[in-house]
Every structure is written in C-alpha cells, then in structure tokens.
Design a protein around this ligand. Sequence first.
Ligand code: NAP
Length: 212
Amino acid sequence: MPLRSSEGLRKRKIGVMGGTFDPIHFGHLVAGEEACFSLGLTEVVFVPTGDPFHKAGRTISSAEHRYTMTMLATLDNPHFRISRVEIDRETPSHTVDTLREMRHWYPPGSVEFYFITGLDAVLDIMAWKEPLEIPELCRIVAVSRPGFNPKGLDDLPETIRENLVHLEIPLLAISSTEIRQRVSNGQSIRYLAPWLVEQYIYKNAMYFRNGW
Ligand code: NAP
C-alpha cells in the first residue's frame, strides 16, 4: 500500500544514488534505472561524493571531473537528476548529513527516500557516521551483480536489514576500478561507459599511467 503523508497525499519516492563515480559507467546507470522502475520511484538523484575521506590514500579524480562525467552520463534520462549537495559541502561527505539536508528540499512528510548504492559499500555501513539513523531517513537499496553472495548482510543490525532492499544488476560486472585500469593500460573502454564519458576521460587525459 503506498505511503501517505499527514495531508493524505501519496508520498513521492525519490532515489538517491550515492557513489564516487570515478568514472560513472553503464552498471551505475542500469542500477539507477532498475531501482527506478522496480521500486516505483519518481526520480533518481545522482549524488557524486565530495571529499571521499574514507578513501584516504587513494588518488581520486577531482569532484568537478566526477560531477561532469555524471552529468554527461545522466543527461538523456528524464528520470535522472544530479545534485552537487556533497560536492559543494565543505565538510566530508556523510550519507546521514546528505539525507538530512535533502529532506529540507521538500515539504515536510511529502517524500520517501531510497538511498541506492553498491552492496559492498552497504556492508560497511556500520563504519559510517550515525549508521542507525540512516534507516530512519530512507530505505537502503543495495545493488550487486547476480550471484554475489551477500554473506555480511546477516551480520547487520535488524533496523538496517528491515529497511534494506537487495537488487541484482547483471551489468554491475563492470566496475570503475576496471575502467581506470583499462585506460591506464591503453585498452578500450568502449561499451563500458557512455560515449560522452569515454570522450571526456580521453580529452582530460584521466587515468593514464601515474595519472590517478
Ligand atoms: P566504494 O567503496 O567505492 O564502492 C564499493 C563498491 O560499490 C564498488 O564495487 C563500487 O563499484 C560499488 N558502488 C559504489 N557506488 C555504487 C552505485 N551507486 N551503484 C552501484 N555500485 C556502486 O563506495 P563509494 O563510492 O565510496 O561510496 C558509495 C556510497 O556510500 C556513497 O554515496 C558514499 O558517500 C557512501 N558512504 C558513506 C559513508 C559515510 O556516510 N560515512 C562512508 C562510506 C560510503 P564502482 O567502483 O564501479 O562504483
């Protein structure tokens, strides 16, 4: 039964697609589209991370490069939007802060958030800021490739498990790490990411050896 706000109106179901997107690829886009249709979402807002403090030690492309690639990749889908909420925040990107901020963009009680991200990331959720507050703010949608054995899911607290939806996405066999490695090795990335993203990577000489 659809959730209703206190005014009796049907709540808008908004997907919040969180990721570093370095670079964004077809796996992310198919996951957003699948979540949109299978969960009946009104739209999916892609939120590239700002300061990825949890990746200290690894070189990450600038937030502006990652934002632009995400913009290029999502441009032609009427259900997809993109937000700078984490990029423009001066403090580290914490999901709980992002969801709290986004809640104020809409009239009180009018939206239900679905935070979508990779299952690997979700399995680490207890290390995030205020993890037990997250299910109070959204449903969690963990996406993985088919057959990925989500062993660690059973170890998560019940409040998180009860709020979690697991979606299997065949194209998630593609990974940003593999794309960066392929560019670095001079291998083709055609058909792994949208053409405009591919061209953006080459034009800005991203991911070439020693470049990331
Ligand atoms: P990550 O560790 O780089 O990614 C873990 C795995 O999940 C990778 O296989 C990755 O594949 C996949 N993945 C990441 N985002 C995805 C997406 N939107 N759709 C499908 N697969 C995805 O994870 P991350 O990108 O840094 O973080 C993911 C989200 O969790 C972000 O929104 C981040 O802000 C949030 N997070 C929050 C906290 C916190 O609040 N303290 C801490 C950590 C993460 P690819 O490399 O191919 O994307």
